[in-house]
Write a new protein. Sequence first.
Lengths: 415, 132, 551
Amino acid sequence: MMNNSVLVIGGGIAGIASALELANSNRQVYLIEREATVGGQAASFCCKATEVCTKCSVCLVPQKVKEVKTHPKISILTNSIASEVSGKAGNFQVEVWQKPQYILPERCIACGICFDICPTQPKAIYLPSPEAVPYSYVINESQCLRLKGQECNLCQEICPTDAINFERKPERQELSVGTIIVATGFDVFDAREIGPLGYGRYPNVLTGLDLEKTFSYEGSLRLPSNGKEPHNIAFIQCVGSRNESHCYCSQVCCKYAMRFARLIKYQNPDCQVTIFYIDLQTAGKGFAEFYEECREAIRFIRGVPVEISETCYGELEVKFENILEGKVGRESFDSVVLSVGMAPRKDSWDLARILRINLSDDGFFDTKEPFNPIETNVDGIFLAGACQGAKDIPDSIAHGTSAAERAMEVLVRCK
Amino acid sequence: MNREDNKIVAFCCEHSAYQVADKAGRMRLHYPDNVRIIRVPCAGRVDVQHILKAFEKGAAGVLVMGCQEGACQHLTGNTRAKKRVKYAEDLLKEVGIDGGRVKMVNLAPDMAQRFIREVKEMAEKIEGEMRR
Amino acid sequence: MQVRIGIFLCDCGESLKNIDFSRIRGDLQRLEDIAFVDISHNLCLEEGVKAMTSRILAENINRVVIGACSPELCEHSFSRLLKGLRLNPSLLSLANIREQCSWAHEGDVTGKALELMRMAVNKARFLQPVEKKDIPVNKEVLVVGGGFSGMRSALELSRLGLRTTLVERESVSGGKLGEFESFHGIETTPEEMLSSTRKAVKENADIKVLTSAEVTRVEGQVGDFTASIGRGEEKVSQSFGAIIFATGYMTKILPQDFQLKPDVNIISQRKLVEMLQAPGKLERRPGTIGFVLDVSDENSRLPILSTLNNALAVKERLGSEVYVFCKSLKVDSEGVEKLYREARERGVVFLKFEEKPRISKEDGRVKVEARDVLLGEEVTLLCDSLVAEEKVLPPEGTEALSSLLNIGTDSAGFYQDENVHLYPVASERKGIFFVGGCKGDLDFTRTLADISSATMSIYKLLSPEKVIVEVEKVKVEPEKCRACLTCVRVCPHGAIQMVRVDTEKEVAKIYDLACDGCGICAAICPAKAIRFEGYADEQILAEVEAIGESL
């Protein structure tokens, strides 16, 4: 029996792109997402425009997320994972488990009454973000008194729509689908792995991801230590990329660093901005002109910092190899941003085992042959987005839509 | 509308500014309550006559809010809107209304803080001039 | 027909405490044409929907106004509800009294909510229904460019059940792929890839290949393009539903960038490939081969891709010493970092400069002088052959073709305007796509993703049994049209064309399938002959007028 529907595992931008193409071609799509909201990592990123667009493409995400939410042919299952898969192309059986839906997103109207009444600090019931889709409150299980075994039923009692119920259990579903697209995304490289760079020790050492969140909420950068604007900020490239354990370029860091650097400089013209790099990645549509602008506003130093320490004045001293001058350099900054790269998800091996697909040497999902970025070793299972290798937003969308095309070929063939 | 009501009419493009206004609300970021948002499919839909009509009917200020320059969903909509706002500004000056009462604002869907700032600035400007 | 408006207010589970809903209901009930004003706690939930449904069915209304949370959240489901009740979804008007009112203010929130409702009611009075219908589309696709990208696109379209006509300017298909010698680590050579693709295309009944042919004219809109194809003396006209441009790129050594004297012997990558393919024919094996990059163009990926592959091939087949001069290595493509490391392991030496190297001739060999930033020293290299970087350029005819079709190019002259909303493969005009090298962004893996993106987008457009459009949502009123051509010029999606209505008159016509609903035409028409349902002038002005209107 051939099945005309598709399972997309992962509700980030690539998964969403795949889902939309297939749904708009009149196929039923099941989009399962591990977290409580769809949109993935990119949904929390910020626009990096100065006076003109810098092509970061973050604005493409909310648009697609909204389309996926309202599409009649797409069933979104949040808080869900695939635990078992059997069958073959044209007819896969997938077991999907959904975490207990203590709050039903379909019934939550986000009125916030539960938030007001929750007794814990920080609140155990909260909205994941202002852009969350589904726009529904969620429970932080490690904070929630009820889930820790204590007596508390305040939110459940006060909810005007009966959306909350702590008795709910995990739910199991069996889906029959024709093809599967894996779009589980990436992990941000944990900068703590490079101890000498001080992330986690010094409050003013930040990562690119921290900047995304800060600009998205606050619209500007203030130093965590004193809330003031930065006067002297440095970016360090290739943190977690192009090294022995991550033998690839993460493709996004040089660009996001330059965009942030330019944005910070635009907001604080007196701020000095420095970028430490190995090789600058400046290829890509619409980037060359922007790069020229950056060269005037930003100080580029060829050389990779090895250590960050704190001076007695509370500044951050960066020790680096100044390649152009051929010696060790030391400079102080009030803030340092680590341009962290994209790493494969640590739980990829689990999904790889369930689907019987391979992982590459780098830990990303592998394709069946070179120059084929989509097909895995299993017929009917395809890859979309950063789970196959580091990519930026436009490339993830392209990858997602091309995975949809391959999936469509199977469905057309199996009809 | 009476001029004393200090109403600000904000034409907001559904792809950017309208979503930003929603985000500001979701974050419970408060701004002056004399703002009236009119949703449009693109800032380029806003015509000079719409801007002038708003003033004619008693608005104290008009904001036209669209996507970032270079990122308009419809490619040229925000550029056209900018030109029309400039034209409207010049016309208003001729009838004795300060040009600063109409402004083009470009923003992305996540810029809640920016939206608040622009609205507050316009409200303060109007109030400042009313007091004089 | 008399307007009869039904109003629903939602208090969001009674949480919008700063709005006095009964006062608003009282005020609204006093307006003309209001059939009822209902207050609900949860219009988005089953209970609320049921109540709305029975109310609408019980009353004879023809407009629905709802004051609730943001239309971004609820518009879609309310539209669906109306459709289910046989009310045209365009007859719905929404007021955002939650995110943009109750949650956003502290002052006179009820006053603002009331005004927002009045704005929505005023607008509702002018709403008109918009019908949907299905339109026929041509399911054939035109692919311009018979290189690897074009052929591969045609093959994918065929697997999806769509037929293509492939137009290639040269006498033989293949494009640039054959100029690559090998892909390191991959057994299949580019030449083999190309022949197997060519063979597959030839044997495919769904694909018609026209070589030595050029597209000279394209008219029409998505679903119904008419292309004129010239082949020598012949001219053929054919209809297509969509078009893919896979016109590729061209490369050129720009001697002025290298400040070369005329007799210095620099070669292109292609020439090197020729040497690699027939090493036996060489008079003398070159002892040293140099590559120079980042002189003409610092921002291109192709030079490093070719260089790494060819450098490794040189090491394998010629055993020469290989030196690569570059400013910044472009490694942001799949597999390139690994290729770079392997090249270093095989003994390829990479020298990085900040200032351009000086190239001259000495003793019949090419001398390259540069300051290597890694060593911190001046380096002089004498090589038997220097492979010069080639600048990647749009092929001839790009500008002409883009103005013919009214589509944009980027600042470097390659296809596709830089606007991010077009990424990855779209153009401003619906139904026209770009894949591969013609976009300027050269990289194998990205090209492959582009091809599948474009073919999927086309399948989505053309394959449904019924292609449904909103009919005349944006419409030119022919009696008012003065044929000034402003809207035609201004439409960013090229969706407006002049049509003849009788022997005397031509008027503008907006093509529903191509229209993207921006309203720029409606704003700019000097005769106000264009009506955009949902955002018509009288509807927007009605909203403006409602502000501060006394009851």
